[in-house]
Design a protein around this ligand. Structure first.
Ligand SMILES: NC(=O)c1ccc[n+]([C@@H]2O[C@H](COP(=O)([O-])OP(=O)(O)OC[C@H]3O[C@@H](n4cnc5c(N)ncnc54)[C@H](OP(=O)(O)O)[C@@H]3O)[C@@H](O)[C@H]2O)c1
Length: 259
């Protein structure tokens, strides 16, 4: 069973990206009205013909206030992949989530955040905790959310359509971009996806038919914790940089978490 909760106006962050464009299409298929946050209106018009655009830069908090206004839901698929700055992940992957949350100024849209497989894996060469930290901000905000950590984009065969949702950070594998986009949008429409964080890969088999059951089989993130269910405990908040702790403190709502 899939329950629509009056989600019409959806702000798409990262809408011009390889997942974002597909998420816009998925939102349209489900009868939503996606609104794309874009840095460059001309690029947005080219990549997203006919889609409502709103200008904003994730690194410019003032530009986001207008963009988030009136959104029933926000889907975040942005990424710093094409940004060569050494601190791009901190500024875009993490800072973008912080700035969107702060721009909400008390509004409570449904949130769907895409991070990545390996988000909690400190043992992977080149790994940084910035996506994990962005997830923590969202949990601490107290907003209704789902966090999707997809596997390797399109590293699957055409017959690998069965979705595998895992928790604990050890999943490995690929998934079609379209299925990542569809999962993000379905999460907005399905009550059993609320408060869940999971890795997402695909294996041999058919597409899901019962999204409520698929999400419902997962553990809910523990209330009061900034981590996802079954996440490793190797990134204690107390040992985080001062600025990260300050962001967490600032984002916590009176009704949010305290861990
Ligand atoms: N490749 C994989 O197998 C894999 C697997 C799991 C997770 N991931 C993660 O997925 C993400 C990439 O997804 P993708 O392929 O959809 O990304 P993408 O095609 O590189 O698109 C990135 C999006 O983020 C937007 N963006 C970047 N900086 C911004 C800013 N300052 N303000 C507003 N928007 C900004 C870009 O907008 P512009 O059009 O303005 O540049 C674009 O829409 C990465 O974070 C990566 O770590 C990748």
């Amino acid at each position: 069973m899939s329950q629509k909760q009056n989600i019409t106006d959806v702000l798409m962050v990262g809408a011009t990206g390889s997942i974002g464009r597909l998420a816009v299409q998925s939102a349209q298929r489900h009868g939503m009205r996606p609104r794309a946050l874009v840095r460059d209106l001309r690029r947005g018009e080219e990549l997203l013909p006919g889609v409502e655009l709103v200008r904003g830069d994730l690194e410019d908090p003032a530009s986001l206030r207008n963009a988030v206004g009136g959104a029933d839901a926000i889907v975040l698929t942005h990424g710093s992949g094409s940004d060569s700055r050494a601190d791009a992940r901190a500024h875009v992957d993490y800072g973008g989530v912080r700035n969107i949350l702060q721009a909400l100024d008390g509004a409570r849209p449904r949130m769907a955040l895409m991070t990545s497989i390996y988000a909690t894996r400190s043992d992977i060469p080149g790994a940084t905790p910035w996506k994990r930290r962005s997830e923590r901000l969202l949990r601490a905000s107290g907003l209704p959310y789902t966090i999707v950590r997809p596997g390797w984009f399109d590293h699957v065969g055409q017959t690998q359509r069965r979705l595998v949702l895992e928790q604990g950070g050890t999943a490995d594998g690929g998934i079609a971009r379209g299925q990542i986009a569809e999962t993000l949008i379905r999460s907005l429409l399905t009550n059993t996806a609320l408060g869940k964080t999971f890795e997402l890969i695909a294996t041999e088999g058919e597409e899901p038919s019962d999204w409520a059951e698929l999400f419902g089989a997962l553990k809910t993130d523990e209330s009061g914790s900034v981590d996802g269910a079954l996440d490793p405990s190797d990134l204690p908040v107390d040992a985080e940089p001062r600025a990260v702790r300050a962001d967490l403190d600032a984002i916590r709502s009176p009704h949010g978490t305290s861990g």
